[in-house]
Design a protein around this ligand. Structure first.
Ligand code: GAR
Length: 198
């Protein structure tokens, strides 16, 4: 039987990037299997989407911190990812900073999508930052995750214009359309050059 890269997807939100990835896999755009979808938020939309595709899901125990998991919480996440034999960790709207337990367990194997043209507008609600800065364009970036928040090696980017009259909602919606094209294409590129763990 052909072995394909095993992806675990982590998300905190509505899950539209996860859906784009799973649809691309089902359409045969790249060889991979999503083996687990994890959220840090009970009731996150991404979990319902995953269940709709018949994929296993898990919800993390509440963290005492808003922006990260506790070291113990992240260590149990690592155990869970190993239990499902995940090769890659794919962040799709996961809103916690990834720390040492996960980084050390999956070196160069954690990928994120961020809603700006990094290094511009790191951090939260990047589309609002772009609007507030009066930028003429923004976009989205797929990158490796390392210790520096939104600072890892860039894999691919897509530009998105900012139009007169844009609101945060209209701009984020346009960025998300770009994300749904960029993420599957960028993952296909990474997996083609490094399909299985070293
Ligand atoms: C996406 O726009 C993603 O780029 C962003 O959250 C949204 C999740 O949407 N991620 C970040 O801001 C990470 N810093 P989704 O749940 O519909 O995929």
């Amino acid at each position: 039987m052909k072995t394909v890269p095993r992806l675990a997807v982590l998300g905190s939100g509505k899950g539209s990037n996860f859906v784009a990835l799973q649809q691309a896999i089902l359409a045969g755009k790249f060889d991979a299997a999503i083996v687990l979808v994890v959220s840090d938020l009970i009731g996150a939309g991404i979990l319902a989407h995953a269940q709709g595709f018949g994929l296993p899901t898990a919800t993390l125990s509440p963290s005492p911190f808003r922006t990260k998991l506790s070291p113990e919480g992240e260590a149990s996440l690592v155990d869970l990812l190993h239990e499902y034999a995940a090769d890659w960790v794919i962040l799709a709207g996961y809103m916690r900073v990834v720390k040492a337990p996960l980084l050390d367990a999956f070196p160069n194997r954690i990928i994120n999508i961020h809603p700006s043209l990094l290094p511009a507008f790191k951090g939260l609600r990047a589309w609002e930052q772009a609007l507030a800065a009066g930028a003429a364009e923004t976009g989205c970036t797929v990158h490796f995750v390392n210790r520096e928040v939104d600072g890892g090696e860039i894999i691919a980017q897509q530009r998105v214009p900012i139009l007169p009259g844009d609101t945060p909602e209209s701009l984020h919606a346009r960025i998300q359309m770009a994300e749904h094209e960029l993420y599957p294409a960028a993952l296909a590129k990474v997996l083609a050059r490094s399909p299985s763990p070293p």
